[in-house]
Design a binder for this molecule. Structure first.
Ligand code: MET
Length: 761
């Protein structure tokens, strides 16, 4: 019985690649140093898989930045502005495309399917001259072979590559990306020929776009591509990998009749209909790579359950054609549980990170082959059982309260325009009120104070004193700037999700559970393992302290339930909405406590609401329904005079604007400045938005200080579309990554622009 891994994290168990990359970028180490770290990581991963008995071990899943950019590099599809000289692409050109350089900005980045990983979007037009410009895949295959490991080289499949691209500037509306298929396939063929020559026997094409909603002509492109590749691939076994969802029936038909393909991987964790499709229409004689071990989460596999599924599949495809695999690349999970010294043993026994998942896959394959490691399976069964009945997981009162929310509606009794009137009487704000999104610059000193308090190196008293001083500074600055609705600056928070997770029950935190987000950047999502509740107030202390420092309204600042959910590893023993409702109830308690403590404006950030949208359109409505409902639950209990704000990132809202309106917040601030027109076009097309709205007036991701005139023009453009009395003036997002030297003049210009417009209105 064989085993396979779709792909593996590149960062290393302790983010070795991140540090090597950043040191190289800073000019502190050489290209050779970086290459050595990378080669060591690759060899240890291959060895680890070989030791676990994995038969089909992937190569070319390593990347210095991103696998899609690697494909762009392989194809020589460098946009002209990077002035590439046409020979093998080296670090200079590669990292310029990824990160920009002194004279040219980086290529665009976007989300990889519905994960938190972001890839570099290829820019393709009729002018691109493709050429075989990076031998990385072949080199890695040879490198593994020299280490005694025969690998399966992995590629972003040609059709998915094109479907994940965007048309180059100037041809945005007219260019058919799939028309480039004939131009990129010759390069794929060159690579295939070299791999064959080097001794490869299998090759994997990731064609995960097959799980999306595709049109007939897009599906036809797969048939065309693989028909064209067939002879080049003869003598090789071709594996086409899909993941993240089930393959819709029409796509399944196309996929399983592709010429020259030997096997398929399917996601059996997220792909709810995959089993049925396989049972009714899996082609005979082909290999089925069954993704039973979850690549998107950190939970230990239910090995006994997986074995049952695998045995049923074996009966369909035959013993020699079934391969045990992961549901997707393991790049979306944490790396190695071995480094978690602070998690307690019970919780640890419930978890499996990438390294442990490799062992699970190996153990399942051995068990199917009649060599079951009884002790390993017994320990796994015991862990599954302990997780099921642990009192740390279940809190009946919470379960009951959350279950009661389903199917009911929760809405504030008064409509938004009447509420805004009531709030205005109390707040007495000028037109075009100014505010900020929450965080102020996080200085090195501030980080030190938090770290030392956590490590118990300074007393609680000293900690509170230091944070209080910081808040005071931020409040004074905002008063000097004459901002209307203030924030406390969030100096006590390391991260907007972690801060709340640490104070809620049902959450655990890792020391090294990093997952690559993009390039060298990683995130460390909290783990939600149990029913969520709030033992005590989380922000009231700091918010009331800040409110006492000023007569102006001080916003209470919370992270919303959907964002906490979407930025965590979520439990897999109940539906996501159930967990979301539980978090909503906890945040509701906090909202009400803030209100009781005299806070009249409360912002509940839902930065990641859009991120959770499912891959397929048919599932959007269900998600948006419970996500928006969860948000409303948090503030359904407040008085009309309490003003509820929310903040969202990414301005691409056109498709979900009605859900945003349905959130029924009093004021929404939205990241906007990098794509002004997109957001405003929604309102230009006649969508009515009665609540307050603050599309960001300047980009906080850049150190650039926007001028007063520039902001003034921006607001003016907004006023042409939005009514004066609902428009707010604020930056795009929180200011925590900026320096005071940038923040101060930028906010000065922002307030001046608002005042100038007020005077003219
Ligand atoms: N209140 C948060 C902040 O200002 C919102 C961030 S959204 C990514 O940092």
């Amino acid at each position: 019985m064989a085993s396979h891994i779709v792909g593996y994290p590149r960062m290393g168990p302790k983010r070795e690649l991140k540090f090597a990359l950043e040191s190289f970028w800073d000019g502190k180490s050489s290209a050779e140093d970086l290459q050595t770290v990378a080669a060591d990581l690759r060899s240890s991963i291959w060895k680890q898989m070989a030791d676990a008995g994995i038969k089909y071990i992937p190569s070319n899943t390593f990347s210095y930045y991103d696998q899609v950019l690697d494909t762009t590099t392989m194809l020589g599809a460098v946009p002209p502005r990077y002035n590439w000289n046409g020979v093998e692409i080296g670090f200079d050109t590669y990292f310029s495309m990824a990160r920009g350089n002194a004279s040219v900005p980086a290529m665009e980045m976007t989300k990889w399917f519905d994960t938190n990983y972001h890839y570099i979007v290829p820019e393709l037009g009729p002018e691109v001259k493709f050429s075989y410009a990076s031998h990385k895949a072949v080199n890695e295959y040879k490198e593994a072979k020299a280490l005694g490991v025969d690998t399966v080289p992995v590629f972003v499949g040609p059709v998915s590559y094109l479907l994940l691209s965007k048309p180059a500037k100037g041809v945005e509306k007219t260019f058919d990306l799939l028309s480039l298929l004939d131009k990129i396939l010759p390069i794929y063929k060159e690579v295939i020929a070299e791999l064959k020559e080097a001794g490869a026997t299998w090759i994997q094409f990731d064609e995960a776009t097959l799980v999306k909603d595709l049109e007939a002509h897009q599906l036809q492109a797969f048939t065309k591509a693989y028909t064209d590749l067939e002879s080049a691939c003869s003598g090789l076994n071709v594996l086409v990998a899909t993941y993240f969802a089930d393959v819709p029936a029409d796509a399944f038909k196309v996929l399983t009749t592709l010429p020259g393909v030997t096997g398929y991987t399917f996601d059996l964790v997220r792909g709810e209909k995959t089993l049925d499709l396989i049972k009714t229409s899996f082609p005979s004689g082909k290999y089925l790579f069954a993704g039973v071990v979850d690549g998107r989460n950190i939970w230990a596999n239910d090995l006994a359950g997986s074995l049952v599924v695998l045995e049923s599949l074996e009966a369909i495809v035959g013993k020699d054609k079934l391969v045990v695999s992961t549901s997707s690349s393991l790049q979306h999970t944490a790396v190695d549980l071995v480094n978690e010294t602070k998690l307690d043993d019970e919780i640890k026994s419930w978890l499996a990170f990438a390294a442990q998942k490799v062992v699970e896959v190996g153990a399942l394959a051995k068990a199917l082959a009649g060599q079951k490691d009884e002790a390993f399976f017994a320990a796994n069964a015991a862990a599954q059982a302990s997780r099921k009945c642990s009192p740390r997981v279940t809190n009946e009162a919470v379960q009951k309260a959350a279950a009661a929310l389903r199917g009911s509606d929760h809405r504030r009794a008064t409509n938004v325009s009447a509420r805004l009137d009531a709030q205005q009487k109390k707040l007495n704000l000028p037109i075009l009120p100014t505010t900020t999104i929450g965080s102020f610059p996080q200085t090195i000193e501030l980080r030190r104070v938090r770290r030392e308090y956590k490590a118990k190196k300074i007393s609680e008293e000293d900690y509170v004193k230091a944070i209080k001083e910081e808040i005071f500074k931020v409040v004074q600055l905002q008063e000097e700037l004459d901002i209307d609705v203030l924030v406390h600056g969030e100096p006590e928070r390391n991260d907007m999700v972690e801060y709340f997770g640490e104070q809620l029950s049902g959450f655990a935190f890792t020391a090294n559970g990093w997952v690559q987000s993009y390039g060298s950047r990683c995130v460390k999502p909290p783990i939600i393992y149990g029913d969520v509740s709030r033992p005590k107030a989380m922000t009231v202390f700091w918010s009331t302290m800040a409110q006492e420092m000023t007569k102006r309204p001080m916003k209470g600042m919370l992270t919303g339930p959907v964002t906490i959910l979407n930025w965590s590893f979520v439990r897999n023993d109940q539906p996501r909405f159930e967990t979301c409702y539980q978090i909503a109830l906890a945040i509701k308690d906090e909202v009400e406590d803030l209100e009781k403590a005299g806070i009249t404006v409360i912002q509940i950030d839902e930065a990641a609401l859009r991120e959770g949208l499912p891959l397929r359109k048919a599932e959007h409505a269900f998600y948006l329904d419970w996500a928006v409902h969860s948000f409303r639950i948090t503030n359904v209990g407040v008085q009309d005079t309490t003003q509820i704000h929310t903040h969202m990132c990414y301005s691409n809202f056109n498709d979900i604007i009605h859900s945003i309106i349905n959130m029924d917040a009093d004021v929404i601030t939205i990241e906007n400045s990098r794509s002004d027109e997109k957001l405003l076009s929604v309102f230009r097309e006649g969508v009515k938005y009665g609540a307050g709205i603050g599309p960001g007036v300047y980009d906080i991701h850049s150190p650039r200080i926007p001028s007063m005139e520039e902001i003034h023009d921006r607001i003016n453009k907004m006023l042409a579309v939005l009514e004066t009395n609902i428009l707010w003036v604020n930056p795009d997002c929180g200011l925590k990554t900026r320096k005071y030297a940038e923040v101060k003049p930028a906010l000065e210009n922002m307030v001046a622009a608002a005042k100038k417009l007020r005077a003219a209105l």
